[in-house]
Write a protein that binds this ligand. Structure first.
Ligand code: ADP
Length: 257
């Protein structure tokens, strides 16, 4: 299970990297391809035309590769019907091997049949990241609680331009009784590559935030040194639209566009 966790985390980091890279590469390659195409049509100098064809062909190959990188980065982003019970059962299974004896794990599912539009793999990855952080924050043991509740969006997240407050939300909470965080760490929490761990990547929470944002949700954290940490994920409970099943991933928008 440990290896699986590492693999899943690597995959997520890789997807993030691939998404960012391919976006930038595409912007570089497109003008190159166009330049190659115009050179290729250059009648006066066959040597230039040959070079143009070379540039065009390489640009084209590059763009094809970029396209497959983009699909990879978006791969897991399909909207599907997520069942709460299934999501938390899978999480429990994945955690089994990684929770030391000194930590008691409590997963509370208030309504296993609750289902909503989202992405199972991504949400599982996000919860997993939070749980692994929680475990690492409790070297001397403690209690890890994952709980769910139907609620509304906390007022601090209301924006005038939306009526988000009307929508019902699912709150998923990951609560630990570990070291907690001081205000300096809290302020830098979502910075890519920010880590206080010797072998940390500093990408776990960035990736969580990306996933929750792509679900139209928000993350909230409560923590203070010595009193543990609670992460709350607020996810809007929306129905899966028929059209999204045909592989249209527009309802979960990524930033790799
Ligand atoms: P990483 O786990 O690789 O360091 P993250 O982005 O997941 O990267 O976390 C960034 C930092 O936030 C961690 O290094 C740690 O200092 C802090 N942190 C995250 N979750 C917790 C937690 N549950 N308790 C205490 N500190 C935490």
């Amino acid at each position: 299970a440990e290896a699986e966790l590492v693999r899943a985390q690597r995959f997520e980091s890789l997807a993030m990297l691939a998404g960012g890279l391919s976006h930038d590469l595409r912007n570089l390659l497109q003008p190159l391809l166009l330049a190659g195409e115009s050179l290729q049509d250059y009648q006066d100098d066959p040597r230039l035309a040959r070079l143009g064809k070379l540039v065009r062909d390489c640009g084209k190959r590059g763009l094809d590769m970029v396209q497959s990188m983009l699909s990879f980065a978006r791969g897991a982003r399909r909207a599907e019907q997520v069942r709460l019970g299934g999501l938390l059962d899978a999480l429990k299974l994945l955690l089994q091997g990684s929770v030391p004896r000194t930590i008691s794990l409590d997963v509370v599912v208030d309504d296993p049949e609750l289902s909503f539009s989202g992405n199972h793999t991504e949400l599982q990855q996000c919860l997993l990241n939070l749980c692994l952080n929680a475990i690492q924050a409790m070297p001397g043991g403690g209690r890890l609680t994952v709980e769910s509740a139907q609620t509304s969006l906390p007022a601090e997240f209301f924006r005038d331009d939306e009526n988000r407050e009307e929508c019902p939300y699912l709150r998923l909470s990951v609560i630990d009784t570990g070291d907690g965080m001081d205000s300096e760490v809290l302020a830098r929490l979502y910075e890519p590559f920010f880590t206080t761990k010797e072998s940390g990547t500093g990408l776990g929470l960035v990736s969580c935030q990306r996933i929750i944002a792509s679900h139209g949700g928000v993350m909230r954290v409560e923590s203070s040194p010595g009193s543990g940490t609670s992460f709350h994920l607020y996810i809007p409970l929306t129905e899966l639209e028929e059209t999204t099943e045909q592989g249209d991933d527009s309802s979960l928008q990524g930033e790799a566009e």
